[in-house]
Design a protein. Structure first.
Length: 48
């Protein structure tokens, strides 16, 4: 299980709502809206 860095929800890595790569790491999201928010300002969410 992974944690959505935007909303904090638990995400099943084998069936995520969306994924994004940033600085060589894959991030998992509950939905496309969280992915969009992450991609606007990824540095904000990676430092959490």
């Amino acid at each position: 299980m992974e944690i959505d860095p935007v909303c904090g929800m638990t995400v099943d890595a084998s069936n995520p709502g969306a994924t994004s790569e940033f600085q060589g790491k894959t991030y998992y999201f509950c939905c496309g809206e969280c992915k969009k928010e992450f991609e606007k300002h990824p540095e904000r969410y990676v430092q959490r």
